[in-house]
Design a protein. Structure first.
Length: 103
């Protein structure tokens, strides 16, 4: 976090295109297959077209997403899309009101 706040990436001559593929995320048994597509242009950190799987039941995709960094916070701003492969398995992990579940 300190690296991101250091503004070292705010350089006109620095452009980065980086793809990270992580099969298993430590300390969680639900998240896997993390794909981060990171683009940096003059300090602007773009995470669009990144994704992560939730127990093979849900694919979470980041679209038009970027990091907003200020002195106090680092925020993810953008759109998330959820693609459900096994929605019943997802519902079994979370308590969802029946009225919402039917939508």
């Amino acid at each position: 976090m300190e690296f991101l706040r250091s503004e070292i990436l705010n350089n006109q001559n620095l452009n980065i295109d980086l793809n990270l593929n992580v099969k298993n995320i430590l300390n969680t048994d639900r998240l896997n297959d993390l794909f981060l597509k990171i683009g940096v242009v003059e300090g602007y950190i773009n995470l669009s077209k990144s994704s992560v799987n939730w127990s093979d039941d849900v694919i979470i995709k980041l679209n038009e997403s970027y990091l907003d960094i200020n002195e106090n916070d680092i925020n993810l701003i953008g759109k998330l899309n959820f693609e459900f492969n096994e929605i019943k398995n997802f519902y079994s992990l979370f308590q969802v009101k029946k009225i919402i579940e039917k939508i």
